[in-house]
Design a protein around this ligand. Structure first.
Ligand code: BGC
Length: 746
């Protein structure tokens, strides 16, 4: 035992130096290697096993609320099965003190009763703030964060989230989703940073840096988890966990870059696509997991499966004839940790497979080394317990202000006829629609519960849209008639009667919360009762402002002309009600820009970076309701002086681009300067344009600023005929605002 204590001390004191944290690492530290050398096969296989919290709670297999740890089950998991990781279940949220008790109970058994005292790593989906913690700071969901076009806000979100889940004692966050949102039906679109790989890559880097920033010298904030590697977001049918068919070139051109950005940013863990690409479940593919992710991208951290997805190789995907075979296939393909999550079958099968020689122990050592290394980098060997003093700033004013600012900067003004907005505060208003009075609609999935739909569990310390409007203009000026639920009429006539007495109608439309597969839809069109409500309201001639609270662009073309103004709020989080009111009444000048294309027709899903053939004539057009990158302001901006420092580039040169943007209106505002590049001729059909740089600038009325960007050779490359990055000489066009300048690459 003495020797063991000395070893743990070594682990504690040599826990990875600060400078190494963000960098790519090869192998494991000597202290981790020494620990690994002491472990039995059973202990190692246990480290690769992740179970769900409910398995060690009273009442399991049914879930009892409030969750209470069952010490006998916990001991069975940790002492008999040597389980190394536990993940959260989505049935309820806890207070910080309750979380601290749960984590303490788990770590007590892990570090006081197991032979080698290896702490458990607990993982959670805190995807827009600490969503499973009562009273946590809740940011917009990531589609909204992308709409801010402000990586600093995303970095702050990462920092705040890391702080607030660390306060609970949780060191691992299953975030960010780096799937590219190019299939708007997909029910997880709102978890993505949108349709563009460059925008998503910039946000990925910012989030990973924020989340993994150091809490104290040498200790990571929390581990990020880049998911769901790879190709998960592009199911052919749009339905969650169904097949994607993605040619290698497209995979590398659009879907791989954000994962590369996260790996380059030092992301510690990666979660695997639950589904398949071209008939190959990703959990079974050593090509995707080893050749591409490890050898090419250079990822050194832990690869965790998604929920039950090793079992799914047998039961759902049917590429393994037994569960045991599924375990063999997945572990040999490169999965280091199995989110089993509801039993110990993975442990039993893997143990048997190693004993039979079907899985080499070296493969187990490789996986367990990575897991222990992660625990060391997170400081768990130093102290696996929640730190009471680490909760002082939980949901503090500063954190909440950051979430409010993110919501304000995300909201995107899509239409504003006759400058109806901003509204004056002394008018009579009808507020209507299914998302006006619900906090759950603002937050969406992964909030309090998995589906985020338990309205009664939401704290009322932040306003709904209705409450925020009432607070601005006074309750006596605001009438609320819901009119419809999301997909069912309540009483449209009552809404019409109320509209006739109002100066303006604010119709809050959109979706109820959903998460993952339960959010599947068969029609992108906004449900018909909501369209009917707005059409009927428009007949009154009272101007209608449509506020969209939704996780994907439900098509609204039938009412777009009838609405005087349209605000896209995405899923703006807990402060979204306030942020919507701030924009409606001009306390904040809108500055969000769409990170997705907003389609006009539900079958016309052409994206902004389409090919020339897709916008070639009146039959094939990029003709969305609102294009990617679009968003209005209460002021106006003018672009001038687009200057390239060279008109001819040689290989290896960089290109400096400058452009001047001026606020030509009468109030201050923020503008997202977007630089697009077009390759005018290439051996693989080029896109009409690709986003290459952006910068959000704030300008006072009349003020002008010159924004500078530098493009490098990589920005001119594309995935060529051989599926490798390719650079070809020829003419390129740089576009910023309404300006363009060409250059030639020799
Ligand atoms: C989701 C993941 C999530 C995991 C754990 C899965 O169903 O696909 O995104 O991290 O559950 O909650």
């Amino acid at each position: 035992m003495k020797g063991l204590q000395a070893l743990l001390l070594v682990l504690a004191t040599t826990a990875v130096g600060a400078g190494e944290l963000g960098a790519r690492r090869t192998g494991v530290s000597p202290s981790v290697a020494a620990l690994l050398g002491q472990m039995t096969l059973e202990e190692k296989v246990g480290q690769m096993t992740q179970i769900s919290l409910e398995v060690v709670c009273k009442g399991y297999p049914s879930v009892q609320e409030p969750l209470e740890i069952d010490m006998a089950s916990l001991r069975r998991a940790l002492l008999d099965y040597h389980v190394g990781s536990i993940l959260n279940v989505g049935t309820s949220a806890h207070t910080v003190p309750r979380w601290q008790q749960i984590i303490t109970a788990i770590q007590d058994v892990a570090t006081k009763e197991t032979r080698l005292r290896i702490p458990v790593i607990y993982g959670i989906d805190a995807v827009h703030g600490a969503g499973y913690t009562l009273g946590a700071t809740l940011f917009p969901q990531h589609l909204g964060m992308a709409a801010t076009w402000e990586p600093d806000l995303v970095r702050t979100e990462g920092e705040v989230t890391a702080y607030e889940i660390r306060a609970c004692g949780i060191p691992w966050n299953f975030s960010p989703v780096l799937d590219i949102g190019r299939q708007p039906l997909w029910p997880r679109l709102w978890e993505t940073f949108g349709e563009d790989p460059y925008l998503a890559s910039v946000m990925a880097r910012a989030y990973v840096h924020g989340l993994q920033g150091q809490t104290s010298p040498g200790i990571l904030g929390v581990a990020a988890c880049a998911k769901h590697y790879l190709g998960y977001s592009f199911p052919l049918t749009g339905k969650d966990r169904t097949p994607a068919w993605i040619p290698e070139r497209m995979l590398r051109e659009y879907f791989l870059p954000p994962f590369q950005a996260a790996v380059d940013a030092g992301v510690k863990t990666v979660m695997v696509n639950s589904s398949e690409i071209n008939g190959i479940p990703v959990h079974s593919s050593s090509y995707y997991l080893k050749d591409l992710l490890r050898d090419e991208l250079g990822f050194q951290g832990v690869i965790v499966s998604d929920w039950a997805d090793i079992r799914n190789l047998h039961e759902r995907e049917r590429i393994a004839s037994s569960l045991k075979e599924a375990v063999r296939v997945a572990v040999m393909a490169g999965i280091d940790m199995s989110m089993v999550p509801l039993d110990f079958t993975f442990y039993d099968h893997l143990l048997a497979l190693v004993r039979e020689g079907a899985v080499p122990e070296a493969r187990i050592d490789e996986a367990v080394g990575r897991i222990l290394q992660l625990k060391a980098e997170l400081g768990l060997f130093v102290n696996p317990y929640p730190q009471p003093e680490g909760a002082e700033h939980f949901a503090c004013e500063q954190h909440r202000a950051a979430a409010l600012q993110a919501a304000q900067e995300s909201i995107t003004l899509l239409k504003n006829s006759a400058n109806l907005l901003p509204l004056r505060p002394n008018i009579k208003i009808l507020v209507t629609g299914p998302t006006a009075a619900k906090r759950s609609s603002l937050n969406g999935g992964w909030t309090i519960t998995w589906q985020g739909d338990r309205e009664e569990l939401y704290p009322n310390d932040t306003p709904t849209i209705l409450e925020a409007i009432r607070a601005v203009v006074g309750p006596e000026r605001v009438k609320y008639v819901p009119g419809v639920e999301v997909a069912r009429e309540i009483d449209i006539k009552a809404a019409i009667t109320a509209a006739r007495k109002a100066d303006v109608v604010i119709a809050c439309l959109g979706e109820d919360p959903y998460c993952e597969t339960p959010g599947n839809i068969t029609d992108l069109t906004l449900p018909e009762p909501q369209l009917r409500l707005v059409s009927a309201l428009a007949e009154t001639k009272v101007p209608v402002v449509v506020v969209l609270v939704e996780g994907r662009p439900r098509t609204i073309t039938a009412i777009a002309n009838k609405a005087a103004a349209i605000l896209m709020a995405y899923l703006p989080g807990a402060h979204g009600g306030q942020a919507v009111a701030d924009i409606l009444f001009g306390r904040v000048n809108p500055s969000g820009k769409l990170p997705i294309t907003y389609p006009k027709a539900c079958n016309d899903l052409t994206l902004y970076d389409h090919k020339y053939s897709e916008n070639a004539n009146s039959f094939n057009r990029y003709d969305p309701l609102f294009p990617f990158g679009f968003g209005l302001s209460y002021t106006t901006f003018a672009y001038s002086d687009l200057v390239l420092d060279k008109s001819t580039l040689r290989r290896g040169d960089s290109l400096a681009v400058s452009v001047t943007v001026q606020n030509t209106g009468s109030r201050s505002g923020k503008e997202v300067v977007q630089l697009y590049l077009s390759d005018l001729c290439a051996s693989v059909t080029p896109s009409v344009r690709r986003l290459k740089r952006f910068s959000k600038v704030e300008l006072m009325p009349g003020e002008r600023k010159t924004v500078r960007f530098v493009l490098n050779e990589k920005d001119l490359s594309f995935i060529g005929r051989d599926n490798r990055p390719t650079i070809e000489p020829g003419e390129f066009m740089v576009r910023v605002g309404d300006l363009e300048q060409s250059f030639v690459l020799q």
